[in-house]
Write a protein that binds this ligand. Structure first.
Ligand SMILES: N[C@@H](CCC(=O)N[C@@H](CS)C(=O)NCC(=O)O)C(=O)O
Length: 277
């Protein structure tokens, strides 16, 4: 895993090549997919279009007989934000990836360079050789499918996979939105009284979402039962917001146990030890 900072390292992604290698034939398949996708991607961002052109040029200029470096997956991430869930999944997958830090303190998410990556101005975004992905549940599923050997989702069981998606969607569309009413109330209201009212309601609405997880959705010892999955890193990320949302974690003993289990996982320990982000 590599780490870089915005904005100085911002355009590094366009040029960066990882130490990982894949067979040329697989690479060419990806280039072909990227070519098919190119028109659509161009509409999203000129930055991505430039990246795809570089990809198309690359195999002709580089080796014919050997494996060649491919662009590294790049996660646009802000410490403490929901992008941590994607970071945990990449680490659990053993992926070769780099992190580009997006600083909310300096408003990086609203700058033109980042809006070219994600026009919604939010993290996470994951840059891949096929284009840029946003929205945590989609990124998590992509990682699970891209690294099937890591067994981060029940890919062969359509019902269990739908349950995983159901869980992640609940976090993204209900729990996270309730949490955002505390700090990002200005997405929905301007009146100071309305903002205060939304903020006051956060401990109640976020706790209601955690109650649903504790009592109904969480199977234990992991979210989906016996097997760890992409849902666990996502749960761990948002459960880490409890204290700042005015919720006492001991109200949710199963989730507290989950927090302890997560902290014992080597992937999380690696992340905490290297950057403590
Ligand atoms: N639905 C998106 C939500 C992403 C989101 O709201 N990210 C927050 C951080 S947790 C963000 O980037 N906020 C920056 C801002 O609102 O300016 C997802 O699940 O990925």
């Amino acid at each position: 895993m590599a780490l870089a900072f915005l904005p100085s390292g911002f355009f590094a992604f366009g040029l960066f090549v990882s130490g990982s290698h894949i067979a040329v034939s697989r690479d060419l398949e990806r280039i072909e997919e990227a070519r098919i996708d190119q028109n659509r991607t161009r509409q999203i961002s000129p930055f991505v279009a430039r990246r795809l052109s570089a990809l198309q040029e690359a195999p002709r200029k580089q080796t014919r007989y050997f494996e060649r470096p491919v662009p590294m997956l790049t996660l646009f991430h802000t410490p403490g934000a929901c992008s941590q869930a994607s970071r945990i999944a990449l680490e659990e997958a053993g992926a070769d990836y780099q992190v580009q830090l997006v600083s909310f303190a300096t408003g990086d998410q609203h700058k033109a360079e980042y809006l070219a990556i994600n026009p919604r101005g939010r993290v996470p975004a994951l840059a891949t050789e096929n284009g840029i992905l946003t929205e945590t549940p989609a990124i998590l599923l992509y990682i699970a499918q891209r690294f099937p050997e890591a067994a981060l989702a029940p890919l062969q069981d359509i019902f269990a996979l739908a349950q995983a998606q159901s869980f992640n969607s609940f976090i993204s569309s209900t729990l996270h939105v309730a949490h955002a009413h505390g700090r990002r109330g200005n997405r929905w209201a301007d009146d100071p009284g309305s903002l205060e009212d939304m903020k006051r309601k956060v401990p109640e609405t976020v706790a209601a979402a955690f109650t649903q997880i504790e009592e109904n959705l969480f199977k234990g010892p992991w979210v989906l039962g016996e097997n760890y999955s992409i849902c666990d890193g996502y749960l761990h990320t948002v459960a880490g917001w409890m204290e700042s949302d005015g919720i006492t974690p001991t109200r949710f003993p199963r989730l507290l146990d989950h927090r302890r289990r997560m902290e014992q996982r080597p992937a999380l320990q690696r992340l905490n030890a290297t950057e403590n982000l």
